[in-house]
Design a protein around this ligand. Structure first.
Ligand code: CMX
Length: 464
């Protein structure tokens, strides 16, 4: 039984009441919830930041060279990002936890199965591992906030089918900004010490609504426009899979849980995270900030690479007229790609200098669940070939695979074959990370971002 899962938007009385409460300088926090825990932690973290500024404010974090300034600010330490940290050799740690450690410690739905993104969200926001009951309370909270206004649905229905799903996602988020509690509270004069509260509310609402928006885009572009319903008793990934029409496939649901966890956060400097943080620093609300971040994620050197990887592999198979190209055939295809001035998608990274642990987590999933898939065989052969080919070029700093080299083959295995949609899935996951940090940006009172730029002449003058 399908329904649109969409309600007509009216300004909810609870929203106005929450804003009035905020204007009276009172938080809208219910006992025992994730929000309570964040509220309890804020004074401690504010004190920590104050101490860092007092003790170390005048210390140098490192040198900035001209190469760094003209080379995409590579390696410049210039941002506070507390939810995760990326080590070039080891890869990502979320609040200190590596991906294998997350798999050991976060609550799961299936015994011994994949961790769930709601649990990771608790960890990202508080730095503390949630109990299964706390993770469930987040699932329930998100389920209760999931409906989307009808006008957003109408906007999506009017999009041409060939408008890229990422553009549709960005459009929907900008329209959904109509619901921003932060924007309304700011209009009505909220005290800056309370900013984090409506940013938290907007962030929860956004994360809750993303599956309905994403599924609507998926169905409009690739199916008949109808989507399933949110089941208040299910977790986020089961609901998202239901909406997409894959909910009956338990393998897909487990994959989605893993996918949503590992794509969520990758410290602050990557394009989607940095953009969300930058735009948010102007006190643009979470809807506008995340939409901006998604526009960056939609670039082929960033999140769109997951679409590009599968497209590139499938076009190789098509040109060779085989499902299982040989080692030599793949080698020549890689060389042709480089000779034609294109990148090999899914390989390389601006910070990592080893195989991405997010790639390894997906490879382990494939070895457990789809080891005989012919496309997985090709992905594995590419892992043997591409690093050597890239290293031979002599200029690529990291020849190893990144997260995007593996996700497509997994999704395709379970029937989600439309590569144009893959970056939308990345976006739904990325929201958990960048919005967690956005709540803290406002709780810590971080200022508007404004680095210094230079002209070519001014650089010359400095050194000549
Ligand atoms: N294929 C071909 N050339 C590559 C390459 C690849 N996979 N990775 C890097 N290079 C090239 C760069 O284009 C650059 O060439 P020029 O000097 O001619 O401009 C040179 O090697 C040096 O680049 P680098 O310092 O090693 O890498 P950057 O930090 O500049 O770029 C990245 C990092 C990810 C953009 C790059 O490796 C790339 O384009 N990879 C392919 C696209 C991709 O998979 N992106 C997804 C990244 C993960 C994510 O954000 O989702």
């Amino acid at each position: 039984m399908f329904s649109t899962g969409i309600s007509r938007f009216t300004s909810k009385p609870s929203v106005s009441a929450a804003i009035s409460q905020l204007l009276r300088n009172k938080s809208t926090v219910a006992a025992g919830s994730l929000k309570t825990r964040v509220a309890e932690l804020i004074p401690e973290k504010q004190a920590q930041l104050k101490e860092i500024k007092t003790k170390y404010g005048s210390k140098s974090l490192g040198e900035t060279t001209v190469d760094m300034a003209v080379g995409g600010m590579r390696g410049i330490k210039g941002m506070l990002w507390d939810t995760s940290l990326l080590d070039p050799e080891e890869g990502i740690r979320f609040r200190g936890f590596s991906i294998p450690e997350l798999k050991e410690s976060l609550p799961t739905i299936v015994e011994g199965g994949e961790p769930i993104p709601e649990a990771l969200f608790w960890l990202l926001l508080t730095g503390e591992l949630p109990t299964a009951a706390q993770a469930k309370s987040v699932s329930e909270d998100l389920n209760s906030r999931a409906s989307i206004p009808e006008f957003v649905n109408d906007i999506l229905d009017r999009c041409p089918r060939d408008l890229h799903p990422m553009s549709q996602l960005s459009l929907a988020l900008n329209a959904l900004q109509h619901e921003s509690i932060f924007a309304k509270a700011y209009d009505e004069g909220i005290n800056k010490t309370q900013y984090w509260d409506p940013v938290y509310e907007d962030s929860m609402n956004l994360i809750a609504k993303l599956p309905l928006i994403a599924a609507k885009i998926y169905s409009n572009v690739y199916r008949d426009g109808s989507i399933g319903e949110i089941d208040s008793a299910s977790d986020y990934s089961q609901n998202f899979a239901n909406l997409l029409g894959f909910g009956q496939n338990s393998g897909f649901v487990e994959l989605l849980r893993l996918y949503l966890v590992i794509h969520s956060d990758h410290e602050g400097g990557n394009v989607s995270a940095h953009t969300t943080h930058l735009v948010g620093s102007a006190l643009s609300d979470p809807y506008l900030s995340l939409a901006a971040g998604f526009n960056g994620l939609a670039g082929p050197l960033h999140g769109l690479a997951n679409q590009e990887v599968l497209r590139w592999i499938l076009s190789m198979n098509k040109s060779l007229n085989t499902e299982v190209p040989s080692y030599d055939q793949i080698l020549s295809y890689c060389k042709e790609t480089l000779a034609s001035g294109r990148v090999i998608p899914g390989y390389g990274h601006a910070v990592l200098r080893k195989t991405d642990p997010r790639y390894i987590a997906q490879r382990e999933f494939a070895l457990r669940h789809l080891k005989d898939d012919p496309l997985f065989a090709t992905v594995s052969t590419l892992y043997d070939i591409v690093p050597k080919v890239l290293a031979e070029q002599g200029k690529v700093k990291n020849p190893w695979p990144n997260v995007d080299a593996h996700s497509g083959v997994l999704l395709r295995h379970y029937g989600l074959t439309q590569q144009g949609f893959y970056t939308v899935l990345f976006g739904v996951s990325r929201a958990f990370g960048v919005l967690s940090q956005l709540v803290w940006d406002r709780a810590l009172g971080l200022p508007i971002e404004r680095p210094k730029s230079l002209t070519m002449n001014s650089i010359k003058k400095m050194f000549e």
